[in-house]
Design a protein around this ligand. Structure first.
Ligand SMILES: Cc1cc2nc3c(=O)[nH]c(=O)nc-3n(C[C@H](O)[C@H](O)[C@H](O)COP(=O)(O)O)c2cc1C
Length: 336
């Protein structure tokens, strides 16, 4: 049956952004409709792209693919369950040749569209004798950074579009076999596999146990110069809560029971991972984090319950190395 506009829900943008979670439990019996996947791909297609070069491509894969076993061997271990329950796996690719091969036409298409105008100093001769030659002289590594950034934001649009349709997403690292995905798909050398993206109908509640905590707004964003904290506009936090961008922070009541039930249903181990008591205490006292009451209550409860792990001695080496190699103060991560 053909899709109608009335089939498409109207979730406001800010609500879709606030409702998005990385879903890790999917209903293996449900397949996401093609039109929803195609809507997500269209959201990517219409994202902003440098010079209109359209460098972001994707391969949509389902478990009946002949390549599934090979793909599974490449994905990081903690993602294996996820992709096997998900409905689709989208492989987001960055075509570096789009930069070199399409910038001329991309810019021309923008001029024809009325987007590139003389107002901003665009001029055909200058473009062809200065701008394009300069852009075309970029080494592949520079082009790769620029274009992968672009692919990232295309993926983000796809995830948000999915969320607004009730479809869950998660990005999945393929760290187990570097180069394995490129090999499985026999990608030409100018293609980069940028990220894997699992899509499906979540088995967990769409709140996935609440919005995950973030660093405080004023610790992330500055005014005029870096480190000069920007304060949120008066009343905005409450207004954004009302509009669904800022949602109730995790863990919502019932989250741990939900996880244990999912584990029981699929014959997996119940429970979540915990850090040592001192680490949890230190984190809760870190003023950069925007922690609300649920996570503070959870931290207090696991500390009261006890049985938390100790620092493994091996961690010392990693954090000491961080201090010497990157000059960052990682001493807070070291045991006293
Ligand atoms: C580039 C990228 C790669 C990620 N890779 C993984 C992954 O391999 N496995 C996983 O479980 N989560 C992965 N995530 C999801 C993050 O862990 C998640 O975004 C973070 O915990 C915040 O939670 P939220 O997305 O629900 O807000 C990835 C996220 C990003 C942006």
């Amino acid at each position: 049956m053909a899709v109608n506009a009335s089939d498409i829900p109207d979730m406001p943008t800010l609500q879709a952004i606030g409702s998005r979670r990385s879903y890790r439990y999917y209903d293996p019996t449900r397949t996401v409709e093609d039109w929803k996947i195609d809507t997500m791909l269209n959201a990517a297609r219409f994202s902003s792209c440098q010079g209109n070069i359209n460098c972001t491509e994707a391969i949509v894969v389902t478990k009946d693919s002949d390549l599934w076993d090979e793909i599974e061997e490449c994905i990081s271990g903690f993602n294996v369950q996820i992709i096997n329950q998900a409905s689709h796996l989208i492989f987001w690719l960055t075509n570096l040749n789009a930069w070199y091969g399409r910038a001329n036409d991309g810019l021309s298409s923008l001029a024809l569209s009325g987007a590139l105008t003389k107002y901003h100093g665009w001029n055909y001769e200058f473009t062809m004798t200065q701008t394009v030659p300069r852009l075309m002289s970029f080494p592949a590594e520079r082009t790769e950074i620029l274009l992968r950034f672009e692919t990232g934001q295309h993926v983000s649009a796809a995830m948000l579009a999915g969320q607004s349709l009730g479809v869950g997403s998660i990005l999945c690292a393929f760290g187990r076999k570097p180069g394995g995905v490129e090999k499985a798909f026999n990608l030409p050398p100018h293609y980069r596999f940028t990220w894997g993206h699992a899509v499906g109908y979540p088995l967990e509640d769409m709140s996935a146990g609440g919005q995950r905590p973030r660093i405080k707004f004023s610790s992330l964003f500055s005014n005029q110069e870096q480190g000069n904290p920007r304060q949120m506009a008066d009343g905005l936090e409450d207004a954004l809560k009302a509009k669904g961008l800022i949602q109730e922070q995790a863990p919502l009541p019932g989250r741990f029971e939900e996880i244990d039930k999912l584990a029981a249903d699929f014959g997996r181990d119940p429970g979540v991972v915990s850090w040592p008591e001192k680490e949890v205490q230190r984190l809760m006292n870190d003023d950069d984090w925007d922690f609300g009451p649920h996570i503070r209550d959870r931290a207090a409860a696991i500390i009261a319950e006890g049985g938390l792990p100790e620092y493994p001695a091996e961690m010392v080496e990693t954090f000491q190395k961080l201090m010497t190699e990157h000059g960052i103060d990682a001493s807070k991560y070291l045991p006293e």
